[in-house]
Ligand binder design. Sequence first.
Ligand code: ADP
Length: 247
Amino acid sequence: MVNQIVIVTGAGNGIGKSIAIAYAAEGAKVAVVDKDRTAGEKTVQTIYQQGGDARFFQIDVRSPQEIINCVEEVQTLFGHINILINNAGVSAFHNVYDLTVAEWDDVINTNLRGAFVFSREVAKVMRHNKIGGSIINIASTRAFMSEPNSEAYAASKGGISALTHALALSLSEDGIRVNAISPGWIETGDYDALRSVDHRQHPANRVGKPDDVARACIFLTDPRNDFITGENIIIDGGMTRKMIYEH
Ligand code: ADP
């Protein structure tokens, strides 16, 4: 990954932070994108402390214009963009009877439209520079299975899953691969409930770690794995493969 330029959105916290740190550890230069300045700058600081190279870009992915400006700035600063990780997102849960159109739009515009606009803008740079590239969309197991009151989130993640294979076809001529990762429960904070209850949903008998997702990103974007595109890798300790049965 040495000399690779990587954009990671939502890299101030959780899964995105781990992904940014993992790429920097592999020698990549990382554009840390987040709307949260304090969190984003902390990620950059961590990367520097570990001997890596990163820059923070504060934007809101709900704003197409801010995305366009950000991609231009990254291209100007680093000269190219090799990898884009669309990870910024919100996990909103509302009772479906009270879910307003404004709340729906907010989740879709963050999780789905943001990934589309970022992909479109980065793909333009990759096409122009003629050395291909790789895009990863962080989806969710909620693209395939549901819990109550998750309509907007589930639709955004189902959408990003379909966006992945649509883009993979459209961008293949320009040597751009597009894949998704669908994580199960990932422990990104100090959530006792996650450890004490949710691990039971995973046949692996633990919740996931952000690094479980970060390692898969590195694998998928490794140029040696360039026969993989349009794929959606589920990283959920077997949860979506589990049959519920009672004797
Ligand atoms: P996860 O547990 O899935 O990693 P987090 O909430 O810990 O989720 O991290 C999501 C990151 O995405 C946060 O750092 C948050 O600030 C960022 N984010 C959320 N919405 C936006 C947005 N509209 N624009 C930019 N970044 C965003």
